[in-house]
Design a protein around this ligand. Structure first.
Ligand code: SF4
Ligand code: SF4
Ligand code: SF4
Ligand code: FES
Length: 309
């Protein structure tokens, strides 16, 4: 494939034709912040935090959806770019709870990281604020849409889960939110709790219920493991605190399937010191069940009992 050479922050970079300015900058060692972009998901260009200055262009284009071209001259941190990023952060913070002190994502949050990087101490604007009820009616995922920045990463990753696409944008304008069909809680939707949306959420809008309050991100260790419950070979992370495994988390989307609910429950049973009570939906309600029932092994146990008898 043909190459193109461009100049980024005074450094000449040669990349394959079709590469985005964001990826070209990364190849040259320059960091550009992103919210909605994820390498494994289709380009979106919604959040604009990745804007750059390109010689000859009037506006600041989003680098994640702008193709690098021959002779392009790019600035990734010019005064205009920094000003635009600060304004975007101030606008987000104008409708964001800012309870970093108790937020599960403290220390692993892009909004927090970028506010620190650009010296944004709080909202620069006054306006309406959302006050959605925190949704924790299902046993696996907590949704706090007050912290959602509408980046759409959960929507695009859920659409990749086979036969799902459970969540999408709903309503308009200030009322725009991420919702399941008919805006029902996740527990009443077709969600399979693969956890991929939690893995890609850049802020504290989606978190794991089981890990809630268990520890700060810097106290936890992630170890990549492959599920052995079937031959699909799904990848997931074992989460430990000290010597104790406290949970199982999905990995960001990549090749292969996401961890299924059976895999998640079975792995919790295998690895966690104190696995929680598994919950399965019966007649539309989540109820606590035994581990053999959760894993579909009830029939096997009954057959074994009959043989023993
Ligand atoms: S989502 Fe990020 S910025 Fe918002 S409260 Fe949590 S840690 Fe703070
Ligand atoms: S847990 Fe999986 S199926 Fe459910 S909304 Fe998230 S990505 Fe979709
Ligand atoms: S819930 Fe998280 S991933 Fe989904 S749109 Fe909101 S911030 Fe983005
Ligand atoms: S990261 Fe480029 S527009 Fe969101």
């Amino acid at each position: 494939m043909a190459n193109v050479t461009l100049t980024i922050n005074g450094v000449k970079v040669t990349v394959q034709k079709g590469t985005t300015v964001l990826d070209a900058a990364a190849e040259a060692g320059f960091f550009i912040p992103t919210f909605c972009h994820a390498p494994e998901l289709t380009g979106f260009g919604a959040c604009r935090i990745c804007v750059v200055e390109i010689q000859g262009m009037r506006n600041l284009p989003a680098s994640c959806v702008t193709e690098a071209t021959e002779g392009m001259v790019v600035q990734t941190e010019s005064p205009a770019v920094v000003e635009a990023r600060k304004t975007i952060l101030e606008l987000i913070l104008a409708n964001h709870p800012q309870d970093c002190l108790t937020c599960e994502k403290n220390g692993d949050c892009r909004l927090q990281d970028y506010a620190f990087r650009y010296g944004v101490k709080g909202p620069g604007f006054e306006g309406q604020r959302h006050s959605y009820a925190i949704e924790d009616s299902n046993p696996y995922i907590i949704r706090d849409l007050n912290k959602c920045i509408l980046c759409g990463r959960c929507v695009r990753t859920c659409a990749q889960v086979k036969e799902r696409a459970v969540v999408d944008y709903a309503y308009r304008g200030f009322n725009t939110k991420i919702a399941a069909p008919m805006d029902v809680p996740l527990g009443e939707s077709d969600c399979v709790y693969c956890g991929r949306c939690v893995a890609v959420c850049p802020v504290g809008a989606l978190t794991y219920k089981r890990l809630s309050g268990q520890g700060r991100v810097w106290e936890l260790e992630k170890k990549p493991v492959t599920c052995t419950f079937c031959d699909s070979g799904c990848q997931f992370d074992l989460i430990s605190k000290g010597q104790k495994v406290i949970g199982v988390a999905a990995r960001a989307p990549g090749p292969g399937r996401p961890l299924c609910l059976k895999g998640r429950l079975g792995l919790e049973l295998m690895y966690c010191d104190q696995p929680g009570t598994p919950q399965l939906k019966k007649d539309g309600e989540f109820v606590g069940v035994t581990w053999p029932e959760a894993l579909g092994l009830q029939g096997v146990l009954e057959k074994l009992k009959k043989i023993e008898g």
